[in-house]
Design a protein around this ligand. Sequence first.
Ligand code: PFF
Length: 460
Amino acid sequence: MAKFDFSNRDSFGSKIGVIAAAAGSAIGLGNIWRFPYVAGENGGGAFLLIYIGFIIMIGVPVMLSEFVIGRRAQRNPVGAFRLLAPKSRWPLIGFMGITAAFTILAFYTTVAGWTLEYLYLAVSNGFQGQSKADLQNNFGEFVASGTRPLVWQVVFMLLTAWIVFKGIKNGIEKYTKILMPLLLVIIVGLCVRALTLPGASEGLIFLFKPDFSKINGNVVLQALGQSFFSLSIGMGTLITYGSYISKKDNLGLTAVSVSVADSLIAILAGIAIFPAVFAFNITPEAGPSLVFITLPLIFEQMPGGYFFEIIFFVLLAIAALTSTISVLEVAVAYLAEELDMSRKKSTIIASTGITILGIFCTLSMGPLPELGFGGMNLFDILEKLSANIFLPLGGLFIVLFVGWKMGKNNVFAEISNDGLLKVRLKWVYLFIIRFIAPIAIALVFLNGLGLFGVFSGGDL
Ligand code: PFF
């Protein structure tokens, strides 16, 4: 079989394409679904301040470190560690990333599939006249029903696979460049709608008013965990995307832009959701119920609700899709480059494997509850395993690798494009990835394992 031709490797064609793709990866269900609730419940503005602090202090440096590894090596995560640290155990970090790609996509496409069902319901006016109890029952029945969620999950996976199969420039870049601006327009439109509802200000208070009495160790660690999942860091997604970034692009600036975009969309999602929740006197609820039960209830009563509900679920589906493609690309790049498979074959193999795991995950929500242990079904297990174990552990080793193993000169050469760019904060960056980030990430990891008595919920 022919060896993978590295001299002919695909790449992003423009700076804006890189940002669209990486922001597309970062912005997902984590921003629109989970962030608003977690922030609101954990001290509002106080949580937000800590979260933003983590994004700046840890998220951006970790993201930059992934870009550094990827662009330096021009390889998938396993290949990158093999090249930069030959004959060592570092490639295991890459393998953990490939494993995480499978576990994340399995549960993520389950939820992404739900967004398609709800989009279908929205278009066909399926929420009309339903009470909260109806919506609750319908959601519960749908999720547990097996067949319909499975069909949507497979549809979502096919969409993901199709874009990834098309490649970087003609697939991922091309579609994220269209989808991300659309997402921004939709979310701003939803914010305007929410803010013009009578009584909207209470929702803003819930989201933004700092309540420092709610801040404790666990909340701080939750903020760090949320920032990791939300930025797509810790599993090599951004090593992979970094490997397609042109040698002329400014990696630091890219990491900052992507992180700003990600945080902005999370905040806008909160602004789109909470004012509406409060305007209709509904108690804010967590996770699935907020988006799939509470919001349809609100849209039913809102002027223009039919239209806004459709665009809301379009928004969720787009956000999820630009994230799933980035995760699938990690596995596909690995198979293509390390196992010398064609892009077509690697896409088919990776997607099939993920779909099989995903099917079990969906079935564990209803027809096959015995799939699981310790009171958690497979869905919960994969979610917690990914968010609380794989990502923090991956992130920890990534910063340790760049901080201590790659060599300071190599790292500085990469972030300055061989001295062409003046990077004023390079020593600050080095200090963070050597000391601050590893310690902070280690704390999140221990928390994820429940060592502080808290098995914090994974981030969706
Ligand atoms: N960042 C995505 C979100 O917020 O929904 C989820 C995600 C994508 C996590 C890619 C990890 C990843 F590698």
